[in-house]
Design a protein around this ligand. Structure first.
Ligand code: SF4
Length: 552
């Protein structure tokens, strides 16, 4: 059955039935005595096994028997409250401070007592403060103090956390071990909790308690964590000074690393030392003789601003599932529907139906976004009505597909491919490109004049690369910001004028340069205003957080 891919519980049930143990153990249990007690324990164990299988399948619905058996074989600490009571006496019990209340052990370890974790002073309760309201109504807090803000929210939390810490510490019959770390290395500073000092009966600035006689003082700033230990050992192994002057130390560190690697500790094996791996290839992504380079007008801006960001985002650096992307796609689809002369109430119903399929987390936020999206559609309608005197619709979602030939030997030909939200004709019959924007912030008029995506559309229009349009003089382009209503124009718009022949040539240079920037093998990181929100900053060598650990 397992080979046929049947579920874990099915296979276990079939094995249990085929074993014939049920009747035998049930009969022994009914007889009682020591054999009956053993049969009871065996039956309990089988029930626990089925419970564990059910919990495992709940977490991993497609799990197979092999995985479950490995999981069971690795269990060393009871996972549920039901089997904690059956844990052997010499086992370690792992539990929260709350669930330790009322119990005792010879030795208790309270680990990781760091400031920020214990006490955890993050405000609890609901966004609207209903818990405070309940306290007020029940007379637990003073109404006047609460209303004028004098009531400290942290004080009761701190008292509660202190009480909990004392509950945890007082579970020990003979030995209590409390661990905390003071360290200024690593990503964040670590500070021991104020409770540690309170427990020792000293103030926070006092010297640490003396170490037991004979024990070695710890290395300053060493953090008691596996990644830090691995990092320290790697530092010793890779240090050329240590290699030259203290080869024994280096050999010892290498042996420790080998032991950790054998135990499966991450980063201990040299195969996982990313910084020392060589380049996988130094080949460019394409050669000039390979034919026209495919390029979407929407990527010209990014390739011009930062080729590295383009490369990383295109190869997995951006999951593309943010709220703005979802809203943007929906608005663009509905804008097409507006062009299809669908009545406003029908459009609103279509929006609400589509919205049900979008998961934006909380309901109030979803409702707010739905209203905002509805308002954007109204704004677009207003813009549409207001511009019919000067523009005539030529199409929606119009295809851009054409070749810009190379103008010199070292310039690539470009295959422009994309879609224009809306194409209009001006009174002279020239194509006017309309790009609908859902962003809340409107760009400056100057930025719009040099907007690379619009400029690329105009280059495409001049080259005859827009579906259904002959090559010829373009009629300009516009960005329509549907999230920003405008009294006169319906929606705020930014206009890119009809280009002069020189300007058109300049833009064409930009398009060919953008295509060249996709070649590699080197992609330049160009620091710019967008770095603050760059989704691939953590992989960017231009910033501290993105550098490889082996770089100076
Ligand atoms: S952080 Fe800035 S420089 Fe680095 S990839 Fe992103 S945009 Fe480019």
């Amino acid at each position: 059955m397992a080979r046929e891919g049947r579920g874990v519980e099915d296979v276990l049930w079939a094995a249990w039935q085929a074993s014939g143990l049920e009747r035998r153990w049930a009969a022994a249990s009914a007889w009682g005595g020591s054999a009956g007690a053993q049969a009871d324990r065996d039956l309990d164990a089988v029930v626990a096994l089925f419970d564990a299988a059910a919990a495992y399948v709940d977490r991993l619905p497609r799990a197979q028997l092999g995985g479950f058996l490995d999981y069971i074989a690795q269990q060393q600490i009871p996972t549920s409250s039901s089997n904690r009571s059956t844990a052997p006496a010499d086992a370690v019990t792992l539990l929260s401070a709350h669930s330790a209340a009322g119990r005792e052990w010879e030795l208790v370890a309270v680990a990781g007592v760091q400031e920020g974790l214990w006490p955890g002073l993050r405000a609890r309760g609901s966004l609207l403060g209903t818990d405070t309201l309940v306290d007020l109504v029940s007379g637990k807090v003073d109404a006047a103090a609460a209303l004028d803000g004098r009531l400290s929210k942290a004080a009761p939390l701190l008292a509660e956390e202190r009480k909990l810490f004392l509950v945890a510490c007082s579970r020990a019959r003979s030995t209590l071990l409390v661990t905390a770390v003071d360290s200024s290395t690593g990503d964040t500073d670590l500070v021991r909790s104020r409770f540690v000092d309170e427990l020792r009966g000293v103030d926070g600035d006092a010297d640490p308690v003396p170490l037991p006689e004979g024990s070695e003082p710890p290395t300053p700033h060493r953090v008691l964590a596996l990644p830090m230990l691995v990092a320290e050992l790697r530092g010793v192994v890779c240090d050329p000074v240590v290699a030259e002057h203290d080869p024994d130390k280096r050999a010892r560190a290498a042996r420790h690393l080998a032991t950790l690697a054998e135990a499966g500790v991450r980063g201990a094996h040299p195969d996982e030392w990313f910084g020392i791996a060589g380049l996988s290839t130094s080949e460019p992504l394409w050669h000039l003789g390979d034919g026209p380079v495919p390029l979407s007008p929407s990527t010209v801006e990014q390739l011009t601003t930062c080729p590295l960001r383009w490369m990383l985002e295109r190869h997995g650096g951006n999951d593309g599932t943010n709220t703005h992307a979802v809203t943007g796609t929906l608005v663009h689809t509905l804008v097409q529907a507006v062009a299809g002369r669908i009545p406003p109430d029908q459009l609103r119903r279509a929006l609400e139906t589509a919205w049900d399929a979008v998961d934006l987390g909380s309901q109030w936020f979803s409702r707010h976004e739905l209203d905002r999206t509805g308002a954007m559609l109204d704004t677009f309608e207003n813009w549409l009505q207001g511009t019919r005197g000067e523009l005539t619709e030529a199409g929606v979602e119009v295809q851009v597909d054409g070749i810009l030939a190379a103008r010199s030997e070292d310039e690539p030909a470009v295959a422009l491919r994309g879609r224009i939200d809306r194409l209009e004709h001006d009174p002279d019959g020239r194509p006017v490109v309309i790009d609908v924007k859902t962003a809340k912030t409107v760009m400056s008029k100057e930025d719009a004049r040099n907007h690379h995506q619009l400029a690329t559309y105009q280059v495409a229009a001049a080259a005859g690369a827009i579906e259904g349009e002959p090559a010829g003089e373009p009629g300009g382009a516009r960005l329509v910001f549907v999230a920003k209503p405008h009294n006169k124009d319906g929606a705020t718009q930014r206009i890119q004028e009809v280009p002069t022949p020189e300007k058109l040539e300049e833009w064409r240079d930009t398009v060919h340069r953008a295509a060249s920037a996709t070649q590699g093998p080197v992609f330049e990181a160009r620091v710019n205003d967008g770095c603050r929100h760059c989704p691939v900053k953590s992989s960017c060598p231009a910033h501290e957080t993105g550098r490889q650990v082996t770089e100076q």
